[in-house]
Design a protein around this ligand. Structure first.
Ligand code: SF4
Length: 225
């Protein structure tokens, strides 16, 4: 069977959207400012975008707060300079429940495999449910920009989950393409963004700490604006 080319699909879909009289609405699951940087720049002319910050996986609590703070600050600056009106919805956080019910049961999984696929699927499904309940036209996730995340896994999860949401369309993506990764690195530097040293959960935090990465945040300047 021919491999699905998400980037080709993406370009074709954007051409169709360009021909519409009005921008469709898009709910984008968002994990942090760095991963949003290029997708926002790329998609904002095509969609009326709302970001859903649903990241129960983030450990410790301050990591959740820092990433949300950075996302808010970046989106404010992005809206000001582009004239766009991107909004952010922080979803109800259920960190302990998420950890106990899901992550802790797959504690020994290697990063990028079983536990991570479950973690992508849970948060993507929440985004789909939210988008469907709030009558968005499209839903997607920024996670395909990450070097550590396999875009094909993510698109495949979307394909399996979407039949439960017949009124909604999934925007398949491979944001790594079109030099998306390079551009996100460039924007993160220009914007002096906080760049986390681990994916998010307790296990990725411990793993990064063991490798000597700086994962503690005691000096994060929340008032830097
Ligand atoms: S490493 Fe990242 S994707 Fe995998 S379970 Fe932890 S937070 Fe979720």
């Amino acid at each position: 069977m021919k491999k699905f080319d998400a980037y080709a699909w993406e370009k074709e879909e954007l051409e169709k959207i360009k021909a519409l009289p009005n921008k469709p609405s898009l709910l984008l699951h968002s994990c942090c400012a760095v991963c949003n940087s290029y997708p926002l720049e790329y998609l904002a002319d095509f969609f009326d975008i709302t970001l859903l910050y649903n990241n129960h996986n983030l450990y410790p609590e301050i990591e959740y707060d820092i990433r949300l703070h950075e996302l808010n600050a970046y989106v404010d600056r992005f809206n000001q300079r582009s004239g766009q009106t991107v909004k952010i919805v922080p979803y109800d956080i259920k960190r302990d429940e998420y950890h106990e019910t899901y992550l802790a049961k797959r504690a020994d999984d290697k990063e990028g495999y079983g536990r991570c696929r479950m973690c992508y699927a849970l948060r993507m499904n929440e985004a789909m449910r939210y988008a469907s309940e709030h009558h968005f036209d499209y839903v997607s996730t920024v996670m395909t920009i990450s070097r550590q995340k396999n875009s094909a896994f993510i698109n495949d999860i979307a394909r399996r989950l979407m039949p439960a949401y017949p009124d909604l369309k999934y925007f398949y993506s491979n944001f790594k393409k079109n030099k998306g990764i390079d551009r996100s690195v460039e924007i993160a530097k220009e914007e002096k963004m906080y760049q986390q040293q681990y994916c998010g959960c307790l296990y990725s935090y411990l793993d990064a700490k063991q490798k000597g990465k700086d994962v503690d945040h005691r000096t994060y300047p929340f008032d830097k604006g």
